[in-house]
Design a protein around this ligand. Sequence first.
Ligand SMILES: [Zn+2]
Ligand SMILES: [Zn+2]
Length: 215
Amino acid sequence: MAKAKAPRRTLESYTVKPINKTIKPGDCVLMRPSDPRKPSYVAKIERIEADARGANVKVHVRWYYRPEESIGGRRQFHGSKEVFLSDHYDVQSADTIEGKCTVHSFKSYTKLDAVGNEDFFCRFEYNSTTGAFNPDRVAVYCKCEMPYNPDDLMVQCEGCSDWFHPACLEMTAEEAKKLEHFFCESCSSESQKLQNSLNASRLSDTKVDTKRRRR
Ligand SMILES: [Zn+2]
Ligand SMILES: [Zn+2]
């Protein structure tokens, strides 16, 4: 007769001894990869369970994929700390947890004063079977029409509010940092036109004035 499986119980929290950190469901953690040359895996803890004696602690996780682990691979607009919330669930030994980390929303990540080792951001959900992303469209910027990579410096046009890569403007990052005002190509030609028409009307005003004075 098959031995009955020992009942397991759910833990509300668990202290990972080697790192002395307490984890709870909802926390994001770094886990030791099977290949030590690879970066740590990033996961969200869904549930923590132990056997009846409170030993053999396992964590139910939902994996975050790094861009290089996705079917499409890393793209130019992917940030170095970008991860995708996948539909890939797993059960792992709690012993493989190396540390806690924070997966920020894109917006709060871009507002961080300093990005630490444990800071990541997520703006896409990822289907690990099809390689599809959700949302499948994101806002694009610059002449190159790329989504925003928070690692790259961009300058904002004061006319249209679009953002531009210095390199796409044939400018170095240093030059871009020194800019006090910036108008993109199409806005500067627009403002040039506007300026010209203002000048033209001023000229005609002057003429009217002159005529009046002559009378
Ligand atoms: Zn660009
Ligand atoms: Zn512009």
